[in-house]
Design a protein around this ligand. Structure first.
Ligand code: F0G
Length: 410
């Protein structure tokens, strides 16, 4: 049997991987890549992958691209799993880690998916790539498309993209289109354009993106000495990354590389929380939020395209989803920066904010090993950081003025 197959998540229909596809031709649900364990084990055994340095392509035997294809890469993955002893002590947690994926080449986890997605776009012979984005996907896609020499068109919600992300998409040479509407409307337009205009979509509905992103879970296991954490906290916007992490943990377990998996908690901002609402109400269908709003603009999404995948993933892991307020997010962002030196954008602090709320409510064991995923770098959104920090004090260039200021500041 082939090592990889692309199948519908709902009806299981197999689809041709050598043609661009995002949804099942029979029932319209999303597609996913399925991995054959026996073939994969054989390839891994021959590869000696364990001794390679940490990176997305360390795991290339588990990534569905032709072994002969040269990846379009800027050294993505291999991000730090930071042991947070100070924050751990502050909140009484024994083993707390932050997976800082904001240290990827363009400053977010999107690069893991994009190196694979763009490599696939080249294999498929695509000339133009596109996405709708709250910012990070557009920055990442623009960078990788530039490196691959592909034309890039990104659609962003007007006025709601953080400054750093906008600057990136523009610098990397994408055609940046500002859409009157929110992310959900921009994504609808992108999906239509893929058919009508022949552009390859690199949103997380693209199953190859998920294949790159699942490597973050492999890395976490490897960084913890071959043992997954007991709990994993992760922000949920469109639901692609949480599904990708679960896929990674589940694959590692079924390949015999680990013998357990974490309980995954998906964290959403209160004003954009349709997935968390499903868990709170026990509903089996998503009810989209019409006017999503949150300070964490990266996850300002009301109709997550991957909701079925992420709900399934969170349930299979034994976890669920919850909300945090914008205030919770900004406080978490500040303590991560102040106490551990980890500067995350608001969405990249949402997971830790979710953990703090779970701790308050006594629903997580403080002696367990816990990983919070920090998805994007704080420099992406300088406006929020400056607006929520103490302004610099201005003094004359004299020693007594500095001395006076220091004495006054305690
Ligand atoms: N964190 C950050 C920093 C993000 O940029 C995103 C998504 C998420 C979390 C949520 O991940 O959508 O896979 O559940 N950003 C997308 C974008 C939507 O366009 O950049 P998800």
């Amino acid at each position: 049997m082939a090592q990889f197959e692309m199948k519908c998540i709902e009806c299981g229909k197999a689809h041709d991987m050598s043609r661009p596809a995002y949804a099942c031709a029979a029932c319209g649900n999303l597609l996913e890549i399925k991995l054959d364990d026996r073939e994969s084990k054989e390839r891994l055994q021959k590869s000696g992958f364990k001794s390679r340095p940490l990176s997305v392509w360390k795991y290339r035997e588990l990534i569905p691209v032709d072994p002969k294809t040269e990846p379009v890469s800027i050294s993505e993955g291999g991000t730090p799993l930071v042991r947070c002893s100070r924050l751990g002590a502050d909140y009484g947690i024994k083993s707390l880690y932050i997976k800082f994926d904001g240290t990827n080449p363009t400053g977010s986890f999107k690069d893991r998916g994009m190196t694979v997605g763009i490599t696939k776009a080249k294999e498929l012979g695509m000339k133009t790539v596109t996405c709708a984005s709250t910012g990070n996907t557009s920055a990442s896609l623009a960078a990788y498309a530039g490196r691959a020499g592909l034309k890039c068109v990104v659609l962003i919600p007007e006025g709601k993209v953080a400054l750093g992300k906008l600057a990136q998409a523009m610098m990397h040479g994408a055609l940046v289109v500002s859409v009157r509407g929110n992310f959900d409307q921009a994504l609808e337009l992108v999906m239509k354009s893929s058919v009508e205009l022949g552009m390859y979509v690199l949103n997380s509905v693209n199953p190859f993106r998920i294949e790159g992103q699942k490597t973050a879970a492999f890395e976490v296991c490897d960084q913890l000495g071959g043992k997954p954490p007991e709990h994993l906290y992760i922000p949920v916007g469109n639901g692609g990354n949480s599904a990708a992490y679960w896929k990674g943990f589940a694959e590692y377990e079924s390949l015999g590389l680990t013998s357990a998996h974490p309980i995954i908690r998906g964290i959403q901002a209160e004003g954009a929380a349709p997935v968390a609402k499903m868990f709170a109400t026990g509903a089996s269908e998503l009810v989209p939020v019409q006017k999503p709003d949150t300070v964490a603009t990266a996850i300002r999404i009301g109709n997550p395209a991957n909701w079925k995948k992420t709900v399934r993933a969170l349930k299979e892991s034994g976890g669920g989803a919850r909300t945090v307020s914008d205030k919770d997010i900004l406080e978490a962002q500040k303590v991560m920066a102040k106490r551990e030196g980890i500067f995350a954008e608001p969405a990249g602090a949402a997971a830790f904010a979710g953990l703090l709320r779970d701790l308050e409510e006594g629903i997580v064991d403080k002696s367990a090993s816990i990983v919070c995923v920090s998805t994007g770098h704080g420099l992406k959104d300088p406006d929020i950081a400056v607006a929520n920090s103490v302004r610099p004090k201005t003094i004359d260039a004299r020693l007594d003025a500095l001395k006076e200021l220091l004495e006054g500041s305690g």
